[in-house]
Design a protein around this ligand. Structure first.
Ligand SMILES: CC(C)(COP(=O)(O)OP(=O)(O)OC[C@H]1O[C@@H](n2cnc3c(N)ncnc32)[C@H](O)[C@@H]1OP(=O)(O)O)[C@@H](O)C(=O)NCCC(=O)NCCS
Length: 198
């Protein structure tokens, strides 16, 4: 385990341009992702859950490296959900000494870009209502709070379901509904409670 001194040293030495972002590249990346997520997220995941995500949607998972060490990761999926093709961000972690430098934003943005290019209409995720950092990060990226889910997590904490809607092609809307200069977002709709892993 890395000592406090080593952690501080690596933090003070790193420049944002030293961080390398890599798309999930195979089984050798799996223990790196599991190690980060197990350390930093409250929800326990089995190896089957990790495999479900990275085997089916390897193009949506990214890892951040500093000097060969994995220091951040994002794990996602996408698919049809009640008639909507949508992306889902399952896990996002950046190691403590590397936080506040835009690394999570870069990881998430890369996944969202692939989702958008793949035809997703929206992206969702859940975050603990107490997780100020994650809520601020996703708020800055344009996510809205679509719903509060009571006792969503095993630790009993409530979640916010966050949602990012992508602009739709203009042809989806009759001319009468289009206002010049305004972004063209679809209507927000709430969904029934569900757990992504159930
Ligand atoms: C949440 C987390 C991924 C953020 O990682 P990060 O690399 O520090 O995030 P970024 O540097 O990209 O932050 C972007 C913006 O998010 C907001 N933000 C991030 N962490 C914040 C915090 N602790 N408090 C307030 N705002 C925060 C800020 O607005 C920040 O922009 P700014 O630095 O210009 O003000 C990281 O804190 C983490 O791994 N936490 C533990 C795991 C977790 O909670 N994951 C999310 C589950 S939903």
């Amino acid at each position: 385990m890395e000592s406090k001194v080593e952690e501080e040293a690596s933090k003070s030495m790193f420049e944002c341009c030293d961080i390398e972002y890599i798309s999930y590249g195979g089984e050798h990346h799996l223990p790196l992702i599991m190690d980060l997520v197990d350390k930093e997220l409250s929800e326990p995941y089995s190896i089957f859950t990790y495999r479900y995500f990275v085997y089916l949607w390897p193009q949506l998972s990214f890892l951040a490296f500093h000097q060969g060490k994995c220091i951040g990761t994002v794990v996602c999926k996408m698919g049809d959900h009640r008639g909507t093709f949508r992306g889902y961000i399952a896990m996002l972690v950046v190691l403590k000494p590397y936080r506040g430098k835009g690394i999570a934003t870069e990881l998430v943005t890369r996944s969202i870009k692939v989702m958008m290019e793949s035809g997703c209409e929206e992206v969702t995720l859940e975050a603990e209502v107490t997780n100020k950092g994650a809520l601020a990060l996703y708020g800055r990226l344009g996510f809205i709070r679509a719903k509060r889910l009571f006792h969503y997590y095993l630790n009993g904490v409530d979640a916010f379901r966050l949602k990012l809607l992508f602009p739709r092609p203009e042809s989806y809307f009759p001319d009468s509904l289009m206002t010049e200069g305004e972004p063209n977002y679809g209507h927000e709709h709430l969904e029934d409670d569900y757990h992504p892993l159930s």
